[in-house]
Design a protein. Structure first.
Length: 163
């Protein structure tokens, strides 16, 4: 399906997505450098740049809006080389990251900023799988059910941010 998508296309993503922000990325990179086991397989993974709020009673998650993606750009080369499939966040990526995503066949998907409570309605499960002490920045395994996204960077060099 990724080959059919173009920058600006809207889609609804369902499946397993891993949630990780700045602090978690730093820890993951340290594990990679030490050759230690990672909290999830990077190959074919989708990472959502999000620090969700605590869940209200009866809900799997609180507000789950995206954070600015460029803060994770310094980690992208390593993760893309390991086979990362896609990332989800908000805002444009750096040009060198766009180039590397194109080279490696990875997508960048954009979530609606400022709509974390609405986004949370499309997350059916959320489980902390690493770095619990980081609180909202811990690594989480989530299940998305028709999570609304827009293609930011496609597999052909198209960018939502070039227009």
């Amino acid at each position: 399906m990724a080959k059919e998508l173009r920058a600006g296309d809207e889609l609804f993503l369902s499946g397993t997505v891993y949630c990780a922000r700045d602090a978690a990325h730093k820890r993951i990179m340290a594990l990679i450098e030490k050759g230690e086991p990672l909290p999830f397989p990077i190959k074919d993974a989708v990472i959502y740049y999000c620090g969700p709020t605590p869940a209200k009673p009866g809900m799997p998650i609180g507000s789950a809006g995206p954070t600015t993606s460029t803060r994770m750009d310094c980690f992208m080369e390593t993760l893309l080389d390991m086979g990362l499939l896609a990332t989800i966040g908000k805002g444009a990526r750096k040009k060198e990251v766009e180039k590397k995503m194109l080279e490696m066949g990875a997508l960048y998907l954009c979530a609606m900023g400022g709509a974390g409570a609405i986004a949370a309605k499309s997350i059916t499960s959320c489980e902390v799988i690493a770095f619990d002490e980081l609180g909202c920045e811990s690594v989480k395994k989530m299940t998305f059910d028709s999570f609304p996204l827009v293609v930011g960077n496609d597999l052909y060099g198209g960018s939502l941010f070039d227009n």
